[in-house]
Design a protein around this ligand. Sequence first.
Ligand code: MTE
Ligand code: MO
Length: 359
Amino acid sequence: MDQEARVAEPDEAISVDELQLAARNHGMPLEALRYDVTPVGLHYLLIHYDIPDVDPATWRLDIDGAVERPLSLDLPELRSRPSQTLRVTIECAGNGRARLLPRPISQPWLVEAVGTAEWTGAPLAPLLAECGLRPDAVELVLTGADHGTERGVEQDYQRGMRLDDVLAGDLLLAYEMNGQPLPPQHGAPVRVVAPGWYGMAHVKWLQHIEVSTTAFRGFQNATAYRIRQGDEAGEPVTRMRPRALVVPPGFPDFMTRERVVDTGTHALRGRAWSGAAAVVRVEVSVDAGRSWADAELDAATGRWDWVGWSYAWTADSRGSTEILCRATDAHGDVQPVEQPWNRQGMANNAVQRVPVRVR
Ligand SMILES: Nc1nc2c(c(=O)[nH]1)N[C@H]1C(S)=C(S)[C@@H](COP(=O)(O)O)O[C@H]1N2
Ligand SMILES: [Mo]
């Protein structure tokens, strides 16, 4: 069985299968970029299989494998541990995929697969310390309660994460989102939050953490979530690349979403994030990419959530244009105007282009 997803023919339209995925896994309406913290129902969603039926009253989390003292916790036990609340922006690694040519066939995101929430939960590192990691431990295997087949491989949703990355990060076992118990679609009763990482690492409906002495070779690490051109191993998808988005100005056309604005000055606002390093610069183009100017960055509200930006646009000539924005992070990584292609459409971060008609 070929384990690679299909790539569409150059002129092949979005299929009913892709529409079915897109209808289940909705994006964040871009006007919701106005909120510092995304209201729960507006946060994007990505669920590979079904939302599993997990009873919080009987739920347990088992932590075992290469540890001195395996641990098994129920929900009240997890909730009784010291808790932490982190504001974290999460973006799906496939965001932007639908604009690639040729188009990798999967969830066809444009740019809306992102959201920011306040996640409350138990920090993971102290729980691992409590279990006593054996010296040969190298990786965690995080398993959710959901199950399905994907490209012919039957599996529980599982992700491996290197212990180095876990211990260097602020990982949480989250049981609240924006101050409320996690809703079913976001991983109830407990999910992983891995600040800075693309969405696939934030395992929902978590029920098992196995501490492993070898690198995990499961589907979601070894086959999916790779940046590659063909069938070579490629690079794993890890942290979010820089991206800026603009709150759509004016009002939209129903079908095309083209924006309509009047001549005059418009206070453009938007958000920008990067999982690798802080965003240090956002630039805006109001002439479809011919020229760029610096936007003003708001004060950061934390390391792991998006930063707001603003730019005063004086629209003095009528007609059609495009607004573009692009972020640069402290590593000097800047969003490309033309998207380099990869086989699975992962970690795309080409600049957003918003068609606008000035009247
Ligand atoms: N158990 C499980 N965890 C999962 C997934 C899944 O299908 N099953 N999808 C992952 C992907 S690909 C993304 S982008 C994020 C989406 O999180 P959200 O739906 O809460 O926004 O969850 C991740 N965690
Ligand atoms: Mo994703």
